[in-house]
Design a binder for this molecule. Structure first.
Ligand code: HEM
Length: 519
């Protein structure tokens, strides 16, 4: 009897003890892991520039995702200084925000701070380390030098480039003129800019209204927002999560997009190869590359040249050449529609208005206000909220901080372009800030670096600047663009920051018919 009583007492007591112990373990394990992660992050951060304290695993993503992204970066810069560290999930990203510091890091010590940051997402998209944007060292040097050389041969910086841009601009103007109001400028601009780069890369253009180009533009747009999807961070940190159903949706979409781009480029390269074998040749990037491969094959010295490298280089140039310029022009026409007074008070522009022929690059020096307006558009558009990611090529000390090899670090140009200490009332659209006191001389402002700084600065700057000038001036010279409904300067965050979609009404300006003939 007594043993029954004692065992009936002991069993509940044991059960309670076990339950209590399990609860304790369940509770303490996460606390213990959290403490370990916090200690690890403190240890990891000890030699990096200061920054907001990260939450283990999540980093500083909460204020970035839920606050105003760009204002938040400014607040951190004010609190922690010109160079600060933000944690993207568990990974530190150092942002260098002043011009003097950028020069120290990315010009004076360029060899140490100019690698790209590699990750699972970009490696999968490019089929490894290929192209020019995501490669380093000798391969990068060889491919970048060759690309610049061929772009020049294909007319970039020469009259052929101007002719190419003018031709596409005229098609754009005719198309816009004949379209029905209200109209979104997005796809017509993309076809125009896309044709400029397509002509250089493949000697090929598409008509305005082309379905193929519309699809490519749509792909670029979705690609731009997909790569900043919050789950991409997870895929980068834990690549195996790309195999988990339900959370791998964006990943699968990215792979589908990639395959469409690969197919498009593969078709262009195959077509060029066929014509090349038959002795065909034109001055375009793809033929020049195939020619270089043949020359190297004969010399038995391929270096970093291969057919896959060609395809990925084309992908880089196509993507970088289109996305940035299209986005800037979307901002340009939105700002012009939102500020009609700018155009009407544009002395240089009004002079151009009844003029015969098109505006060319030769006119650039005579149109200071127009140049100032384009600078201000680029500054306000500020299209790269986070610059392309760079990393350190080895362990390095700079400015009292220690960076381990592979640490992510960028010249954060978006802060520089909107810094209130440099630009009075930075959110105000004010082209005059780019003019000297005399009102007619363009002011050089060193902090105005929308194409970045150092060895990795934009490879297509001269092409982009020519496109912005020619397309912007000639469209406005010929067409009056008016807001159809209220225009918003709200910013849609992606790889680049676009304006929200908007529609405009278009009419031809008076006394100007056929003024843009190329003949
Ligand atoms: C308004 C237009 C453009 C803007 C604002 C722009 C801006 C930039 C910026 C900020 C970078 C990053 C530099 C860095 O890592 O710090 C970059 C890189 C690059 N851009 Fe552009 N870009 C434009 C147009 C173009 C065009 C038209 C092309 C193509 C022909 C192009 C090709 C590239 C390439 C290939 C890189 C990577 C360079 C490298 O890693 O060596 N960009 N661009």
């Amino acid at each position: 009897m007594s043993s029954i009583t004692s065992s009936s007492l002991i069993f509940p007591a044991l059960t309670i003890l076990l339950l209590f112990r399990n609860a304790l373990i369940n509770l303490l394990t996460p606390v213990f892991i959290l403490i370990l992660l916090t200690l690890h992050s403190l240890w990891y951060r000890r030699h990096l520039p200061p920054g907001p304290p990260p939450i283990p695993l999540i980093g500083n993503m909460i204020p970035l995702a839920f606050g105003h992204f760009e204002d938040q970066l400014h607040r951190w810069r004010d609190t922690y200084g010109e160079t600060f560290t933000v944690f993207i999930g568990p990974i530190p990203l150092v942002m260098v925000c002043s011009l003097s510091q950028m020069r120290k890091y990315f010009v004076d010590r360029a060899d140490l701070f100019s690698n790209r940051w590699k990750n699972y997402v970009t490696d999968t998209f490019m089929g490894g380390h290929y192209g020019v944007v995501q490669v380093d060292g000798d391969k990068w040097r060889e491919q970048r030098r060759f690309s610049l050389h061929v772009l020049r041969n294909c007319g970039v910086g020469r009259p052929e480039m101007e002719e190419n841009i003018l031709m596409q601009t005229n098609e754009l103007i005719s198309f816009l003129e004949s379209s029905h109001d209200p109209l979104s400028l997005s796809t017509p601009i993309a076809v125009c800019v896309g044709n400029v780069i397509n002509k250089i890369l493949f000697g090929k253009t598409f008509p305005q209204g082309s379905e193929e180009m519309r699809e490519l533009h749509h792909l670029l747009d979705t690609q731009s927002s997909l790569v900043v999807h919050p789950l991409m961070g997870l895929y980068i940190a834990l690549p195996w999560t790309t195999h988990i159903p339900l959370i791998n949706g964006p990943w699968k979409k990215l792979l589908r997009q990639r395959d469409t781009f690969w197919r498009f480029l593969g078709d262009q390269v195959e077509d060029h190869k066929r014509r090349f074998v038959d002795g065909g040749y034109e001055d375009n990037f793809t033929f020049s590359y195939l020619e270089e491969m043949r020359r190297r094959e004969e010399d038995g010295e391929m270096g970093s040249f291969s057919e896959w490298q060609l395809r990925m280089l084309l992908l880089d140039l196509f993507f970088a050449g289109m996305e940035t310029t299209v986005t800037t022009l979307k901002w340009a026409f939105l700002l012009m529609a939102a500020h009609p007074e700018e155009l009407d008070s544009f002395p240089s522009h009004r002079r151009e208005e009844g003029r015969e022929g098109c505006i060319t690059l030769r006119d650039r020096k005579n149109l200071p206000y127009t140049n100032a307006t384009i600078c201000e558009i680029q500054r306000i558009a500020n299209i790269l909220p986070i610059n392309l990611l760079r990393s350190t090529s080895s362990d390095v000390e700079e400015g009292g901080f220690f960076y381990r090899e592979g640490t992510m670090i960028i010249p954060q140009i978006s802060i520089l372009l909107s810094d209130p200490r440099i630009w009075n009332d930075p959110k105000q659209f004010n082209p005059s800030r780019f003019l000297e006191k005399d009102g007619v001389t363009l002011k050089r402002i060193p902090e105005f670096i929308p194409f970045s700084i150092g060895k990795r600065q934009c490879l297509g700057e001269s092409l982009a600047r020519a496109e912005l000038f020619i397309i912007f001036t000639n469209v406005l010279k010929n067409l009056r663009i008016e807001a159809h409904s209220g225009l918003s300067r709200n910013r849609s965050l992606g790889l680049t920051v676009s304006p929200q979609s908007y529609k405009v009404s278009i009419t031809r300006r008076k006394n100007d018919s056929n003024s843009n003939s190329l003949s």
